[in-house]
Each structure stands twice: as C-alpha cells, then as structure tokens.
Design a protein around this ligand. Structure first.
Ligand SMILES: *Cc1c(COP(=O)(O)O)cnc(C)c1O
Length: 356
C-alpha cells in the first residue's frame, strides 16, 4: 500500500514518540503567533510575514536571497531543477535523502541521476569525489551538482565538520560543479557544534532549513542562495504549485521557531546522549554515539529485528523508526522530555526481554 495507513485503534495511546522530529506538534504559543500574523498573497509578493522570514533566513544562512516553500523535499527538488539540466548527474552520498526518500524525484522530475557515493556516517571526502569524476566526453553524463546533508540523517545525525564541507565545496567548484546543502537539520548541527549556521554553509550555492523537524512548525522550509538562483527557482516554485497565497500564517510559526526553538535543540542532544547511554546498557543492543538528536542502534545481538522491536515497543506506547534489518532509529525532539527518555528506556528493557 502506498497511502499511509490510519492509526490502528487497537494499539495503546502513544506515550513517547521517538519516531521522528517531524511529529512535533505546534505549541499553543506558536499557534497564537500564527493567529496574529499579517498576511498577503505570497505568490504576488504581498505577504509581509513571508518577507520577514525570508530576510531573516537569508541572513542566518549567509546567502543574499531566500524563498519560502511548503516542505524540505520541495526545496531539494527545486534546487536540483534549478541547478541541473535533464541528463545531468548529481554526486551525493548513497544514503542521501534525495536518492532514498523522495520517490525518485531527481530522476522523475528533473531527469537527472544521483551517483551514490560511499563513506562512513553519510559523509564522503574529496578523494571519493575525485574517484567518481567522469571524463569530459559526449558519452558521460555531465556532472553538475554535489550535494551534502547537514546533519547526515542516515549517517546517524552526524555533523559534517566545517573543514570537510569547505574542502568538498572547493573541489566541486574547481571541477565546474555547483554545490547544494540539504540542511533539514542544519540548526541541530550549528547548535551542537557551537558554530554559526552561516559558517557551515560557506561555499554552498544553495541551502535550505526545515521548520518541521526539531523546530516544531507545522509546515514550511526556506531555500536560500544567490539572488539569481532564487530568481530562477521561482519558475519551478510556480510550476510545482509551491507558490502560495496567505502563507504568512505558516511563516509566523517559523518565525516563532527561530525565536524560541533553536537554542533548546541542545536539550534534545542531551536527551539523545542519555538515551544512547541507556540503550548501550541493554543486552544485545549496539548504539552509534549520537552527534545530535538522532540515535541509531542495532539489535542483532539481541536477535530481534528492527520491525519486531518496533512492534514490541509500540504495544508499550513507544514508537521508534525501523531502518531495516536490525537497525533502528530513535529521534529526540521538543515533545520528548527527560522523563519520557526514562519511560522509553523502561519499555525497551521489557520489550527486549519479551518472550524469553
Ligand atoms: C526530512 C528530510 C527531508 C525532507 O523534508 P520534508 O520537509 O519532510 O519534505 C530532506 N532531507 C533530509 C535529510 C530530511 O531529514
């Protein structure tokens, strides 16, 4: 089935949702900010709240211009459509969201292929890029874009160090390729590394931030780049139906998130470390040490597959994300408190013992 299933009424109510930071609910205060938003026709350039958000995001991301879009997926695809021509090739990690989780959109919508690069923790280096270069010839697909994820989601929420990011960008530009950063969780990286986001985006021609992950907004993402890039991206925003009307009501939630939900990401990182330490003490569980708010772990030692573990936990009111095989992900976010982490760990303990 392709459509997402409705909640199963036979399951107990969820107590701790570690499935994803996408499942954060807009708080009362965020909803009140939305209520009072000044709005206008966004695709006509008349929404003052969207302008305010884009101006602040351009500054935060260190780029001259920005554009408000409904989702991060649309940011990635509009960036790809704007940078590339049909037949082109993108170089990205083989686990990149654009390659694994967007329904094949680079191929389907932009007519480009993603060359999936190897590398630990969702990252790759200049030597890997060099090895993937194709000759300049009529036989080879033109390689026009290098894409990185900060943080690397399937890499374990790993933070790319600034030096590695800059080396990749310099190499890409030296070989005539543009650079794009999927910054879905860029603020997690910036807060955890204690480094301004605009430093991490140096050398990237386009970058976006998601407001629906740890920042807790109901929808919205902002794509930034040069004025010429954002200008060209507007045609794709219009074509894909991403040009909006009174979008300020949603931009107001994003502004609220910028003011209130960034510094607190450090709490999610702390909770991730506590959860990781607790999981590592359970029999048969191997944990990848988290850099940010994502905790990846393996239950092969306990002989329990990811889907079985997730089902056992769900019956106890805890939801995690199955990655496949024995690998699972638990995600910390603003709707998971320190106490919830303890509750979840207690459920993990009994879930692992179940059936013994
Ligand atoms: C969630 C996510 C996206 C997609 O963002 P949506 O707003 O859900 O469309 C893209 N890239 C990464 C790394 C993500 O985690």
């Amino acid at each position: 089935m392709l459509a997402p299933p409705r909640p199963d009424p036979s399951l107990p109510q969820l107590r701790v949702n570690l499935y994803s930071d996408t499942q954060t609910r807009p708080s009362r205060a965020m909803r009140e900010a939305m209520l009072d938003a000044e709005v206008g026709d966004e695709q006509h350039g008349d929404d003052p709240t969207v302008h305010e958000l884009c101006d602040r995001m351009a500054e935060l991301l260190g780029k001259p211009a920005a554009m408000f879009l409904p989702s991060g997926t649309m940011c990635n695809e509009i960036a790809i459509l704007t940078h590339c021509r049909p037949g082109d090739e993108i170089l990205a990690h083989h686990t990149a969201h654009i390659a694994t989780s967007e329904g094949g959109a680079p191929w389907a919508l932009a007519g480009v292929q993603v060359n999936g690069l190897p590398g630990a923790r969702g990252q790759f280096d200049v030597e890997t890029l060099r090895a993937a270069l194709r000759p300049h010839s009529r036989y080879a697909p033109p390689q026009t874009l290098v894409e990185v994820e900060q943080t690397a989601n399937f890499g374990g929420g790993a933070i790319w160090p600034g030096t590695a990011l800059r080396a990749v960008a310099e190499f890409a530009h030296a070989h005539g390729m543009a650079t794009h950063m999927d910054g879905a969780r860029l603020m997690n990286a910036a807060v955890a590394a204690g480094c301004p986001a605009s430093e991490m985006t140096e050398g990237y021609d386009s970058v976006w931030l998601d407001f629906t992950k740890g920042l807790g907004a109901p929808l919205g993402a902002v794509l930034a780049g040069s004025s010429a890039f954002i200008d060209a991206a507007w045609r794709w925003k219009q074509r894909l139906g991403g040009a909006l009307r009174q979008a300020g009501i949603c931009a107001a939630a994003c502004l609220y998130a910028l003011d209130n939900n960034i510094e607190r990401l450090a709490e999610d990182h702390e909770n991730a470390r506590i959860l990781a330490r607790g999981l590592a003490q359970l029999p048969g569980i191997t944990v990848e040490t988290p850099d940010t708010n994502l905790v990846f772990f393996d239950s092969e030692g306990a002989g329990i597959t990811s889907s079985e573990l997730s089902a056992r936990l769900r019956r106890r009111g805890v939801q995690i994300s199955e990655i496949g095989g024995y690998r699972s992900r638990a995600c910390l976010h603003l709707d998971v408190s320190r106490e919830d982490v303890d509750t979840a760990l207690a459920c993990f303990r009994t879930a692992i013992k179940e059936g013994e």
